[in-house]
Design a protein around this ligand. Sequence first.
Ligand SMILES: [Zn+2]
Length: 211
Amino acid sequence: MASDREARQQIVQIVNELYRDGHLTSTGGNVSSLSGDGETIWITPSGLFKGALDENSLVRIRADGSSVEGSNKPSIEFRMHFRAYEARPGSTGAVHTHSPIATAFGICNQTFEPINTDAVALADTVTLPWLMPGSSELADAVFDALQTSRGAILQNHGLIAVGDDLRKAATRASMIEETAKLTLYVKQFGGTVSLVPEAGIERLASITDFI
Ligand SMILES: [Zn+2]
């Protein structure tokens, strides 16, 4: 597990990358990392512009949202982050993004067909119906969805991804967005769609579990 200092540095780095790549909007989306004590998390603050966060903007909170370090108000989605760590023991990083193509993919009830390697890896991604942002109902639904996958799409909202470390969580979020984009391109071409054959899917399954 990363030290608290490393965790904070990595959150800022990942927020900057996700903001640059359009996964986070000015105030939408949030990123967290499990603290060294295994019980509190470092998380991005609520309402602050995502394009200019620094380590001092972050807050360390308990599961009830109370602050341990930092003076900013934590993201309203803190419950969802805690439940994500609970759902996947061993995870130490979680990202919630408002990635636009993945969000549209979920709104249109699309699923990941085996069109490439990443799509095969993401076949277990659950799409949840709309639930009130910040609510414990959403956090509980995320807990259930993450039993079978490291990522879930939140209809009319965005997505959440967890990982053994924060880098892996961010990678999975990017994979979901990029694969939703590829699905969109495939549908726009509109010709006969060639999928990865069944035997290939089985072989890929053994090498796509790393993320
Ligand atoms: Zn959100």
